[in-house]
Design a binder for this molecule. Sequence first.
Ligand code: FAD
Length: 479
Amino acid sequence: MSGEASEPTIVLFRRDLRVDDNAALAAAADRGAPVVALYVLDEEAHDTRAMGAASRWWLHHSLAALGHRLGHAGARLYLTRGPTCEVVAKAIAASGADCVFWNRRYDPADAAVDAGLKAELRKKGLTAQSFDGALLHEPSLLKTGSGGFYKVYTPFWKAMVDKPHVRDPIDPPGSIDGWRGKLDNLRLNALELLPTNPDWAHGLRETWRPGEEGAHARLREFIEYGLAHYERQRDFPSQLSTSRLSPHLAFGEITPFQILAHLRRSKSSGASKFRSEIGWREFSYHLLFHNADLAKSNFRPEFDAMPWRDDKRMLRSWQRGLTGYPIVDAGMRELWHMGWMHNRVRMIVASFLIKDLMIDWRQGEKWFWDTLVDADAANNPASWQWVAGSGADAAPYFRIFNPVLQGEKFDPRGEYVRRHIPEIGALPDRYIHRPWEAPAALLKEGNIELGKTYPTPVVDHGAARDRALILYQSIKDAV
Ligand code: FAD
């Protein structure tokens, strides 16, 4: 310990559930005074979006892991719920703390809460300080030549890559002098984050290990076995070829600084591609920081005139993985089972909802928000708007994925589809992405009755594509 402060320091934890590379925690430990580690579940902040069910499941387990890790280092994690300013005021009154540290958040709604907190604390003569950690860049500082924010990924990433140095991860405190007094502390179960009736989380439990240790194990495994093949295989959903770090990043169990430090040590050819995907996350946050309404409003206002269809039956068939297009259904069932979906398939299912069913991208974004363990305030809406064409650096409007051809290209042997849709598993590769073309004898042999055991397609893709092109062209013409 280098400092000699005597009053306790409060460290707020939110989406930075880690001990390593935690600038706020390291600075607090360095002050030399007792540390009050405080998690605040603030669901009342104006404009803050309520967390989805899969994220809540993750949060429960991530908090448990953080509690253990802090406990080993000497600090107790206090769990609280309520408006951030009120909870912090109570913690100050109980502990006598004169200093509050936290790591910065970049969702404008969260950032507003933190700005209010900072102002209030400073007004009372207390020290309030925020630190970096979630992003490699500060969205308020990275500007285009004309002083605005970036709307296109390539120049954004070039500006970032051209930056001379990304800092090294910050070492965890050797030990923490944890404050041990009495606070309004909830038991983890009292936060009511887990599903109970029904308990739908068995697939999540099978798949994930939330927490810092799980995140680092995942990174090590990916660097050892996945990185070299990443560029070539990352589009094939049947293979475990991507890192699956997204929920760990979303909850701040690992930082981009830590990932980049590992990549710097790696000689693998996949490193540059992987780094640029981390760059897409930075770009999404850059967009969100400058567009608070990213999940609510079209980035391109001309899309406000799009005549989306309000078709609840179709929306439900998409959500349940019952559209009759195997690659779409496999993706939606993967999502339901494990709270995650492969990126290529996310693009296919999103294109299908928006362009084949002509359902507003916000409906899809909302479903993902509820069901993804990596549901992210920036990546999710930015990606949905990208697929819809309404986003900043969006996909061209005439790009409408053909779900059959996408399936045949990226799941050529149907392994991904068979994993998630066993009821059509007996079909040979030739028909696995187009079961409606299979001869009757083959269907019978595989116990498949289209329309009963597996749906017939809910729309004809060719006709749906023509309809979408006309509507998209009309939006484009109106500009
Ligand atoms: P990897 O390929 O291993 O990439 C490493 C990391 O880079 C990811 O963990 C993620 O943080 C970042 N990344 C990769 N691709 C993207 C991308 N296209 N945009 C932004 N960041 C990226 N990602 C989320 O983290 N949360 C979401 O809520 C989310 N919603 C999405 C919705 C749609 C419609 C689409 C098309 C994409 C969405 N993505 C989202 C982006 C991407 O699909 C996931 O980040 C990726 O599939 C996560 O798997 P991974 O960690 O194995 O990725």
